[in-house]
Design a protein around this ligand. Structure first.
Ligand code: COA
Length: 199
């Protein structure tokens, strides 16, 4: 389920932490995150240990099929009573690997896992309004805009708005049968499709 014909979503191993820290320190990445903090290896290890005990978060590495880390993605604020969760921390580490459709594959796998395995009723995310690429990516999968969070983050000396996008399980199952997701999942799981495996 957490695998296509070119990527896998797997658990984070301690050995992945330095690479993840380097991605989080990339200005092209943190400009789209709410915060940037220089993080020591000790702080990272503490975060890693803490999240292992936290059932409200699933933090994953995106890897190629050999298991080599190429990015991250997370599902968090998992609320089992209300069957909802947020997702994000979406990063493809190598800028050269971006814009080649891997982000869309990650999104398809996260949607399938959230609604067909975690049995969520609602999946939502917050995206800074200037991140047009990611907003367009989510909308193409059927995420709907629920509202604007005004002045939600202080970025580069000024306040920035964020948008909330969400999908319900009923909307997911329509996408799953007739939307972009249906086509993508069929292609992604088709072993005859060689479509440039991630290096
Ligand atoms: C966000 C990220 C994971 C997306 O992955 P990606 O592999 O680059 O994305 P894809 O190639 O799958 O493209 C996804 C969609 O983005 C949209 N897109 C691409 N470039 C765009 C641009 N310049 N402007 C607007 N939309 C754009 C397209 O809709 C594309 O869909 P398509 O398949 O119909 O072309 C990756 O770019 C990244 O790591 N960025 C830096 C970190 C970041 O911004 N994280 C998100 C924080 S919310």
């Amino acid at each position: 389920m957490l695998k296509s014909n070119r990527i896998k979503l797997r658990a984070i191993e301690e050995g992945d932490l330095p690479l993840i820290a380097s991605w989080r320190s990339d200005p092209q990445v943190y400009e789209y995150f709410y915060e940037f903090l220089p993080i020591s290896s000790r702080q990272q290890k503490n975060w890693f240990e803490k999240q292992l005990q936290d059932s409200s978060e699933i933090n994953l590495v995106v890897s190629n099929l050999s298991g080599i880390a190429i990015g991250t993605v997370s599902i968090y604020h998992i609320d089992r009573r209300n069957r909802k969760a947020e997702w994000g921390r979406l990063i493809i580490g190598d800028p050269a690997a971006r814009s080649g459709g891997i982000g869309a594959e990650i999104e398809a796998l996260i949607l399938q896992y959230s609604f067909e395995h975690l049995n969520l009723h609602k999946l939502y995310c917050e995206v800074l309004v200037e991140n047009e690429k990611v907003i367009s990516l989510h909308k193409k999968f059927g995420f709907r805009e629920e509202g604007i969070l005004r002045d939600h983050a202080f970025k580069a000396g000024k306040y920035a708005d964020a948008i909330i996008l969400a999908m319900l399980d009923s909307e997911y199952f329509v996408q799953r049968t007739e939307g972009r997701l249906a086509t993508m999942l069929a292609r992604m799981h088709d072993s005859s499709d060689s479509h440039g495996a991630a290096q």
